[in-house]
Design a protein around this ligand. Structure first.
Ligand code: FAD
Length: 289
């Protein structure tokens, strides 16, 4: 089994305490030498400034390659591309380009007047700048809005053809879900080395369960039972580390060589899983803040 290359997703902190937690998380995970780390953009475009500040601060102070998430929601094309230009000026080379989830009250995505109509339009515009490594979202168990799994895969191909370099997947609980999707992508002519599995260590079972239901990720009955038992015995962390390490091991055995971890700004489980799958600490992060 090869040792994978890894990357980490963080969300932008909303207050001082959360800023310290993010910095602690970064310091704890940086020695694992991630390919890049990414910072999300709040649903409905709610964290525009917070994301920009977190991205540029991490870029300046962490020594890590930082990718900024950017969505089409609640902004005109001009505003969205101005954010990208600010990133380029600050030396940010990586963007995760998404259509984005709409504000809660809106229900379905509706393009902003003068805004991008879809992720493909955003990717094309960013690719035309020629300065960014572009990553996009992919959905192994299909996106809730996709007409079918075939349409879901075809749309991913359009995003890659529009200029995206890699796709980071939504999380899933069984390696087979990823392998089925990878096969469908291969059949559609997609270079599957560019599809990176997204891994969510289960920090909080009830929260993850709600999140999975909302985004259409299948919750296997055995998983729900295991966490219900572990909650009674207060052993959720042990179970989460074991199951996530097993999932990553199966993916690596199936030929995957890159993994993207959703850290939720908590380093412990992600770090333990990385150690379990053979990712060793390589460097010490100098605190240059
Ligand atoms: P797309 O891939 O463009 O569309 C999703 C699906 O809808 C496709 O599978 C396709 O079948 C269908 N579809 C959409 N438009 C069309 C069309 N015009 N024609 C045909 N089919 C279409 N959300 C945030 O708000 N902020 C974030 O920072 C963020 N980070 C994310 C990171 C990752 C790795 C992932 C996987 C998701 C992230 N999301 C984030 C969630 C994401 O914004 C939502 O899932 C959103 O609903 C879809 O965005 P997308 O760019 O992946 O959509």
């Amino acid at each position: 089994m090869t040792t994978p290359e890894i990357s980490f997703e963080f969300f932008p902190p909303k207050n001082l305490e959360a800023s310290f937690r993010l910095w602690d998380t970064v310091q704890s995970l940086a020695p694992l030498a991630p390919r890049f780390v990414s910072v999300t953009y709040g649903a409905g475009g709610t964290t525009r400034e917070l994301t920009r500040d977190a991205v540029t601060t991490l870029h300046k102070n962490s020594g890590l390659r930082v990718a900024a998430h950017l969505t089409c929601v609640s902004a005109t094309r001009e505003e969205t591309l101005a954010i990208a230009d600010q990133y380029a000026e600050a030396g940010i080379t990586d963007i995760v380009a998404l259509r984005g989830d709409p504000p809660k009250e809106q229900g379905r995505f509706q393009p902003t007047p003068e805004g991008f109509n879809s992720s493909v339009e955003l990717i094309e515009a960013l690719a035309a700048k020629g300065t960014f490594t572009l990553r996009v979202g992919a959905y192994p168990e299909s996106h809730p809005e996709a007409a079918s799994q075939k349409a879901n895969v075809e749309w991913l191909k359009r995003k890659l053809d529009a200029g995206a370099d890699e796709a980071l997947t939504q999380f899933f609980f069984e390696a087979e879900s990823f392998f089925r999707f990878r096969d469908a992508c291969a059949a559609a002519g997609i270079d599957t080395d560019r599809i990176i599995p997204g891994i969510l260590p289960i920090e909080n079972w009830k929260g993850v369960r709600r999140f999975a239901e909302a985004c259409g990720t299948t919750i296997p009955a055995w998983l729900a039972e295991a966490f219900e038992k572990a909650e009674r015995d207060n052993r959720c962390d042990l179970l989460a580390t074991a199951l996530c390490s097993e999932l990553c091991g199966e993916l690596l055995a199936g030929g995957v060589n890159k993994l993207h971890f959703y850290t939720l700004n908590r380093p412990e489980l992600t770090r333990d899983v990385c150690h379990a799958i053979g990712v060793k600490s390589k460097v010490r992060l100098e605190n240059v803040a």
